[in-house]
Design a protein around this ligand. Structure first.
Ligand code: AHR
Length: 513
């Protein structure tokens, strides 16, 4: 009898542990499309993002380039399907005067980059270089205008220089003189950056007024030129900022509000990028998963003023932020990228996907050699980080219909504190394939996950996984392919039910047909 009871208990416990992670997808409730631009990126004149990252100069004979732009970088970003790119900052944007960066390079003035190490900025990479590069990448440009130290006239002239038809303004004549025959297509215009901080230390009421002034002169009388304008949004949980902007900005003057949130342990003690402890990992993941609450609460405020969800939330800076690599310039924000970063990326992208009704854009900070970069370069060498691989694996969600889900997850414990070990999102693409991305942030335990799909059944499942032995693992210039996606087959499919085993700190993307 005793034996029977203990066997029964063992079976029950096994059942409970298997039942711990249950994802239920409801295909019938699908309605929102995941905007491809939530897979957007951010490039600032900061450290080696632009110079050494994208741009090595037209005269460089050792690194293959076109018009000074690295060909290896272009190919990698195209493969990842980069949809949008924000430029020239960041804090730099509110010190940037675009006229300094156009025309013959020999005549362009130099300046000091006061935000990022007081290094010399020679303006050899400017508007034409950036916009031509976006065309090459197939990415929509997101120009961040100088509101902090610029003028409405300067921003208006930038709009004319880049978008107006030939012969319609002295600015378009200047564009022609500078060798560009037709206007570019500019996807997005930012009006200032972090207006509450490096963009002018403004109070939100003051910024709202300034915003209205700049927004007025950027466009024509009827607002008919289709400019997509993004207001400098809140930092983290500053809900007052969002509330005031929603109340004070006329609906016809803006399309989106920004939001910045970094996964940082402590601004005074950020911890190392690679040699971190499990405690530091846990806190980083707490900060990363906080994105769910931030997006939910900022969206709820927007819902009050915009119940039809015409305005977007643009998370135009996000990612992990640690101490710089030892021996590098502290102002250059150069950090390595480990499986911890893959966990941040996978989890935050799942959050953005699941909020497809409101989050229409997000820009990872930053694309090359700065913060949570997808690419690192060292002279002629280039490596792809674990974050790159997550972005590439997840690109199947771009412009696909989000499939709503509920997730019941096992706990990842640290002392008395806990986080959900498993998070996920799903979508159906235009060809009818369903993709599910699942992250297991627990660094010690494999998770068994059951997925039930309501309203659809499938004949086949394939998958890819990104994993490594330790959460501190990374790709280096000596071992560039230590971490890369491989085929995943620890999954069984029966009609509308999947059961899979996901290793510790890994990301899986499944395709169902
Ligand atoms: O991404 C680095 C900096 O972080 C940006 O310039 C600024 O907007 C933010 O504070």
């Amino acid at each position: 009898m005793k034996k029977l009871i203990s066997v029964t208990c063992a079976i029950a416990l096994a059942a409970i542990s298997h039942a711990q992670n249950i994802i239920t997808i409801d295909v019938i409730k699908a309605k929102d499309t995941i905007n491809k631009n939530v897979y957007g990126h951010f490039s600032e004149h900061l450290g080696r993002c632009i110079y050494d990252g994208f741009y090595v100069g037209e005269n460089n004979k050792t690194i293959p380039n076109k018009d000074g732009i690295r060909l290896d970088v272009i190919a990698a970003l195209k493969k990842m399907k980069i949809p949008a790119l924000r430029w020239p900052g960041g804090c730099f944007a509110d010190t940037y005067h675009w006229r300094d960066g156009v025309g013959p390079k020999s005549k362009r003035p130099s300046m000091l980059n006061v935000w990022w190490g007081n290094v010399k900025e020679d303006n050899s990479f400017g508007t034409n270089e950036f916009l031509n590069m976006c065309e090459e990448l197939g990415a929509e440009p997101y120009l961040s205008g100088n509101v902090g130290s610029g003028t409405p006239q300067e921003l208006t002239d930038w709009v004319k220089y880049t978008t107006y038809p030939n012969g319609s303004s002295p600015m378009t004549d200047l564009r022609t003189e500078n060798g560009r025959k037709t206007p570019w297509k500019i996807g997005f215009w930012g009006l200032g950056n972090e207006a509450w901080g490096c963009g002018g230390n403004m109070k939100v009421e003051h910024y709202a007024n300034i915003y209205r002034q700049y927004a007025t002169f950027m466009t024509d009388w009827n607002n008919s030129d289709g400019l997509y304008r993004i207001a400098s949004g809140a930092s983290d949980a500053d809900y007052h900022w969002t509330e005031v902007l929603m109340k004070e900005l006329p609906a016809n003057m803006f399309d989106a509000l920004g939001l910045h949130h970094y996964s940082v342990i402590d601004w005074g003690k950020k911890g190392p990028a690679t040699n971190f402890t499990e405690k530091e990992y846990f806190i980083t993941m707490q900060r990363a998963l906080l994105m769910e609450e931030l997006v939910t609460k900022h969206s709820a405020i927007m819902d009050k003023y915009d119940p039809k969800k015409k305005k977007a939330l643009a998370v135009d800076e996000w990612g992990g932020w640690y101490e710089v690599e030892p021996g590098t310039n502290p102002a250059f924000l150069f950090q390595q990228n480990t499986m911890r970063d893959a966990m941040i990326a996978g989890s935050n992208l799942n959050i953005f996907n699941n909020h497809a009704d409101r989050v229409k854009m997000a820009n990872l900070a930053q694309v090359i050699n700065v913060l949570q970069a997808v690419i690192l370069t060292d002279k002629e060498k280039m490596i792809l980080t674990p974050t790159y691989h997550v972005m590439e694996m997840y690109n199947v969600h771009q412009d696909a219909v989000m499939l709503p889900m509920t997730v019941v997850s096992a706990a990842y414990m640290m002392g008395m504190e806990k986080l959900k070990a498993v998070n996920a999102s799903a979508s159906r693409d235009k060809d009818g394939a369903t993709h599910i991305s699942i992250v297991n942030i627990d660094p010690k335990k494999e998770q068994t996950v059951t997925v039930n799909v309501k309203g659809a059944s499938y004949k086949s499942v394939t998958g890819r996984i990104l994993k490594s032995g330790r959460m501190q693992d990374y790709n280096s210039f000596d071992n560039p392919e230590k971490i890369k996606p491989v085929a995943f087959d620890a999954v069984t499919l029966t009609g509308n039910k999947l059961v899979l085993k996901i290793p510790a700190t890994s990301v899986v993307v499944l395709e169902l047909k």
